[in-house]
Design a protein around this ligand. Structure first.
Ligand code: BG6
Length: 451
C-alpha cells in the first residue's frame, strides 16, 4: 500500500474545548485545505466516527462540513488503557499512514494525564522521542503550581524533547494580542513614551459574563489565578512590558518576555483581592476557589519605576471584555499662563474583545471660539478591515504548530516565571478574605462581604 501522510490526534475530544474551540478551528481551516489526512478524536465515550460527528456538532453548536467529516474518525480510549493505544496504532497502520510523516498530538487533558498519555503513545510506537515531526500540543494549565509544573517537565523530558512541545496559550493567537508588538515598536509616538516616566498604570483585563459551567471539576482546582492570570494575563503583561527584543525570532521574543517576567513581583502595598460569585459554593459546598482576582504588580526595572500593572479577571460579571488599558501620567497645561490646568490623562486601549482595535484618548480644544480643553477619542477598528473569516486564535495556533513556528507558544522557562508570580498571588490572596459578589455585578471591587 502506498504510504499516507499527516495525522492529528486529539485527546479529550469529547470535552468542552474540543467541541467549542478545536473542532470549530479545524472547520475554519478546512475551508482552505487542511493538511491532515486523518484526524483521530479520542475519548472515553463509546462512539464511532458518525456518532462522534453528531456528538460534537450538538455540543459545539455548529455543523462539520463533509470534507472534515471524512477526515475525522473516533477511537475509544481511556488514557491508561495500553491495549486501546495499540489498537489505535493498528488502525493507523491498516490505513497505510507513514510513521515518519507529521503527527500532531493535541492534549486537551488534565495536567496529570499528560505524562501517562505520552508514555503510552511512545510504547505503542505512535510517538517517537526526538522526532521533530512528532509534535505535542499541550493545553494549559501546565501544572498547578511552580512545583507541580517542574515535576511534570521533569517526567516529560525523557519522553519528549523540548523542541517537540508546543505549549498552548490561546490568547497569544488572538489578533490584537499579536498586534501588541507592532503597536509598540512600529510607532515612534509609543516607543518614546513606553516607560514608567510617562505611564502611571497598565490595566490588563479579561472579564466574563459566563460562570464555570461544565468545567466545575477542573475549575474548582484551578480558580481564576491559575486559570487566567498565570497564563493569559501574564503573557499580555509581558508583551506590554518587555524590552525591545534583539530580533523578531521566537527565541529572542521569548527571552525578552522571560526577562521581564522574572522582574515582576506583587505590590506589597496593594494586596490582591479575590472573590467568588454567589451561588458557586452551592455547587461545591465549602469551596474557597476564587472566581475573581485583581492583583497589582510592579516591575523591578529602571524603565518601569512607578508604574502599576493591574491584572483583573473574573467570571459572572456584568460584561465580557478583554483589553489592555494604559493610563498615561497627567499633563499640566499652561496655554496663556494666567492659569494652569490639568488635562485629562491620555489613555491607550488595546481592545481584544468584543471590539478588536485601538483607542487613543487625547486632549483637544473644545470646538468654538474659546480655548477650552476636552478629552476626545480616536477609535481604530481593526476587525472592520478584515473581510471574510476573521482569524481565529486556535486556527493560527494549529497552523503554526503544523509549520513548526514556535513564536506563539510558551517555553518552559517562561512558564516557570509565570508560575512563580501566580504562586505569589495565591499565597498573598489567601491571607485576606474571599469577597462574595452577586452574579452580573459590574464592579466586583465595590462588594463588601468578605467571608
Ligand atoms: C480559558 C479559560 O483559557 O479562557 C476559561 O480556561 C476562560 O475559563 C477562557 O473562559 C476565556 O477565553 P476567551 O478567548 O473567551 O477570552
Amino acid at each position: 500500500m502506498e504510504s499516507r501522510g499527516a495525522l492529528l490526534c486529539i485527546f479529550g475530544a469529547t470535552g468542552d474545548l474540543a467541541a467549542k474551540k478545536i473542532l470549530p478551528a479545524l472547520q475554519q481551516w478546512s475551508k482552505d485545505n487542511i493538511p491532515f489526512e486523518r484526524i483521530w478524536c479520542l475519548g472515553r465515550r463509546p462512539l464511532d466516527g458518525p456518532g462522534y460527528h453528531a456528538f460534537v456538532e450538538a455540543k459545539g453548536n455548529f455543523r462539520l462540513n463533509e470534507g472534515l467529516k471524512k477526515a475525522i474518525d473516533y477511537h475509544r480510549l481511556t488514557f491508561d488503557d495500553a491495549a486501546a493505544y495499540h489498537s489505535l496504532a493498528a488502525r493507523i497502520v491498516a490505513e497505510g499512514f507513514d510513521p515518519a510523516a507529521k503527527r500532531l498530538f493535541f492534549l486537551a487533558v488534565k495536567p496529570e494525564d499528560v505524562v501517562p498519555i505520552i508514555d503510552q503513545l511512545q510504547a505503542a510506537g505512535l510517538f517517537a522521542t526526538g522526532n521533530p515531526e512528532h509534535r505535542l500540543l499541550l493545553e494549559k494549565p501546565f501544572g498547578e503550581s511552580l512545583e507541580s509544573a517542574a515535576a511534570i517537565q521533569q517526567r516529560l523530558l525523557p519522553l519528549a524533547a523540548e523542541e517537540q512541545m508546543y505549549r498552548i496559550d490561546h490568547y497569544l493567537g488572538k489578533e490584537m494580542i499579536r498586534n501588541i508588538l507592532t503597536i509598540r515598536f512600529a510607532n515612534r509616538i509609543f516607543t518614546e513614551s513606553w516607560h514608567g516616566g510617562a505611564i502611571e498604570t497598565v490595566e490588563v483585563i479579561s472579564i466574563e459574563t459566563s460562570g464555570v459551567e461544565e468545567r466545575l471539576e477542573y475549575y474548582d482546582r484551578a480558580g481564576a489565578v491559575n486559570d487566567m492570570v498565570q497564563s493569559h494575563l501574564l503573557q499580555m503583561a509581558a508583551l506590554v512590558a518587555m524590552d525591545t527584543p534583539q530580533t523578531l525570532e521566537p527565541e529572542s521574543i521569548r527571552r525578552a518576555k522571560i526577562d521581564v517576567l522574572k522582574q515582576m513581583r506583587l505590590d506589597s502595598l496593594h494586596p490582591p483581592v479575590i472573590g467568588q460569585y454567589a451561588g458557586y459554593a452551592a455547587q461545591v459546598p465549602g469551596s474557597t476557589t476564587e472566581t475573581f482576582v485583581e492583583a497589582t504588580l510592579r516591575i523591578d526595572a529602571p524603565q518601569w519605576q512607578g508604574t502599576r500593572f493591574v491584572v483583573r479577571t473574573g467570571k459572572k460579571l456584568g460584561e465580557k471584555r478583554t483589553e489592555i488599558r494604559l493610563h498615561f501620567r497627567p499633563t499640566r497645561l499652561c496655554l496663556n499662563c494666567s492659569e494652569t490646568l490639568e488635562a485629562a490623562p491620555n489613555q491607550l486601549v488595546i481592545e481584544v474583545f468584543p471590539q478588536e482595535g485601538v483607542q487613543l484618548r487625547f486632549n483637544s480644544k473644545t470646538p468654538g471660539y474659546g480655548y477650552g480643553v476636552e478629552p476626545v477619542t480616536a477609535d481604530y477598528c481593526h476587525s472592520c478591515r478584515m473581510i471574510g473569516n476573521k482569524p481565529e486564535a486556535y486556527v493560527k495556533l494549529l497552523k503554526d504548530a503544523w509549520s513548526g513556528d514556535k513564536t506563539l507558544f510558551a517555553g518552559f522557562a517562561e512558564l516557570q516565571a509565570q508560575w512563580r508570580i501566580a504562586d505569589e498571588i495565591q499565597a498573598a490572596a489567601r491571607e485576606h478574605g474571599l469577597v462574595v459578589y452577586p452574579p452580573g455585578v459590574w464592579d466586583m471591587r465595590e462588594q463588601g462581604g468578605a467571608t
